[in-house]
Design a protein around this ligand. Sequence first.
Ligand code: FMN
Length: 299
Amino acid sequence: MDLTTTYLGLPLKNPLVTSACSLTGTPEGVRKLEAAGFAAVVVRSIFEEDLARIGDAHLANLQAIRAAATIPVIASVNCRAHASWESFARQIESTGVAALELNLYDIPVDPTESSAQIEARQLDLVRQVVAATRLPVTVKISPFYTALIPFCLALQQAGAKGLVLFNRFMQPDINTETGQLRYNVNFSVSKDMLLPLRWTAILRDQLTLDIALTGGIHTVDDAVQAILVGATVLAPCSVLYQRPEANPAGELLDGLRHWLARKGHQQISECRGAMRNTNFGDRTGFERAHYMKTLSSVK
Ligand SMILES: Cc1cc2nc3c(=O)[nH]c(=O)nc-3n(C[C@H](O)[C@H](O)[C@H](O)COP(=O)(O)O)c2cc1C
């Protein structure tokens, strides 16, 4: 069964990419993920706030990770303003990583900045980073844009070679006894994939760039659905923390191979995008909310 996939111009042995997280932050961690079957890894992000403090150490770590892995290593930076990212993008390139993921994780809380200004700022940043490096650049976004399709089209025009759908915010809640905020890591469940699933199905028709689906990939059925709506690669994370004793990557890959064989395919590319939005005659498969239909089905 041929699972080979091309992502950001990189030939991958299969469509599984470890999403950015602490597991990808060390050479040993990445070696384990490679042995488990992942075709590429995204190293945990370096945050703009940490650049001055640990920028050099991060570059050295990227170099060590790259030297330890035979699969492509993708660096990730979390940025808001673009002042220092241009030169840092060039330095990242010199570590030998294969691509750069821009993580636009940002809570827009400035009451004077409009949605148009936020988008313009983010597009400007992508343009500048793309101009500063020869690495393919992919952009990880949140789902919270007023009009996602035009924004993603603009990202493509700005030179992004991929989109990562979607970033998940780590949202604090409140300990009602102590009055303190609790910063929990809220791991996902399969149902969290419904949002990136819908938007991958819709955006797949509108964009030529690659789409990495992240968020809620836990089971083989999740992985198959993500491929059917047109995801180029699948980027799980939570399941690796939740089932450390198992080998989720191996299970997902075996399951994908079995499903493809049962459906008479020889290559994963034969069914990628088979259920994207345009393949529904009236385009209402994913576009319409089906609110009335769904609600009225509950007796
Ligand atoms: C412990 C942990 C650390 C993470 N660190 C990063 C990070 O450094 N950069 C990033 O872009 N996303 C980070 N994420 C988000 C994941 O890469 C992923 O996109 C998200 O968790 C959705 O996938 P999942 O539902 O399979 O967990 C992190 C997630 C977890 C759970």
